[in-house]
Design a protein around this ligand. Structure first.
Ligand SMILES: Nc1ncnc2c1ncn2[C@@H]1O[C@H](COP(=O)(O)OP(=O)(O)OP(=O)(O)O)[C@@H](O)[C@H]1O
Length: 266
């Protein structure tokens, strides 16, 4: 298989991990997603950009299963997932970061990660049943939780409640919670929204470091960041794919400049 090395340590293959075909989402008469054919290759860092209301979040909702499609198909890892539930998609390997809202503030850091780890491989609604698992499975789950806590740098604060964490550690926990679901693809909807320049850089560094083996799909408004991070960029406009390419190709694309970048970059 052809391998291509990018500027980061991540490596991209030719194999598509996610593919949408003629994807359509209508809200009444309004078409929010308009015949989108998207292909993301395994290992890619793909940013989705576009003006407000372009349909970026709607596209994520279709991929994660939060919204049913109006028409078209979604394939993940070569298999059709168009009608699978969100939890079935998580078990297939599609993780979605909801930032802080994924975290239970009253539980400890370790409990949060463990709960997320427990939720895969079984029906999420069987959380009570999962408390009564055989001991070897219990140990395996604890080991896995510890490895994730190490990976995201939270081993030292594992027994603190999530509410007591400093801001930066909360972001680490959020990424730990996503990682605990063992994803192959992670969707991030504006992970740096409202952050200072410093916090933005820290969060991005963390995502790049911890999720180096995952395919990343990220909605981001900060164009400079998008240009720096992406292997490829997809530009949405009025629900349609306006352009797709490497950062260099997108920067030079006249349609993008006319419709979007010209108005965005001051
Ligand atoms: N549940 C809904 N019902 C009706 N219209 C919706 C719904 N969700 C989204 N829309 C509309 O679909 C369009 C696309 O919205 P979406 O949130 O996907 O855009 P976006 O590109 O993520 O925008 P932003 O950058 O502002 O977050 C918008 O016009 C929005 O008002």
């Amino acid at each position: 298989m052809a391998m291509e090395t990018t500027t980061s340590e991540r490596s991209t293959t030719d194999e598509p991990i996610l593919r949408t075909e003629n994807l359509v989402k209508k809200f009444g008469q309004f078409t929010a997603t308009d015949r989108v054919d998207l292909t993301v290759r395994r290992g890619e860092f793909r940013c989705i950009i576009g003006p407000n209301g372009a349909g970026k979040t709607t596209l994520f909702n279709l991929v994660s299963g939060a919204l049913p499609v109006t028409d078209g198909s979604i394939y993940f890892d070569g298999e059709e997932i168009t009608t699978l539930s969100p939890s079935q998609r998580v078990r297939r390997g599609i993780g979605r970061s909801f930032q802080i809202s994924n975290i239970f503030g009253g539980l400890t850091v370790r409990e949060n990660v463990r709960l997320a780890a427990q939720s895969i491989g079984r029906d999420q609604y069987n959380a009570v049943e999962s408390l009564f698992k055989p001991t070897d499975r219990y140990d395996e789950m604890n080991d896995r939780t510890d490895r994730i806590l190490d990976r995201v740098g939270l081993a030292d604060v594992a027994d603190e409640t999530a509410d007591a964490l400093a801001y930066g550690d909360k972001r680490r926990l959020e990424i730990g919670v996503v990682l605990a679901t063992d994803p192959d693809l992670v969707l991030f909807d504006e992970p740096t929204a409202g952050m200072s320049v410093e916090e933005t850089q820290e969060t991005i560094d963390l995502i790049e470091e911890v999720l180096v083996d995952q395919t990343l799909l990220l909605i981001e408004h900060d164009i400079e960041l998008v240009m720096e991070l992406s292997d490829r960029i997809t530009v949405l406009n009025r629900g349609q794919i306006l352009a797709e390419g490497t950062p260099e190709e997108i920067a030079e694309n006249q349609d993008v400049q006319d419709a979007y970048l010209g108005g965005m970059v001051e």
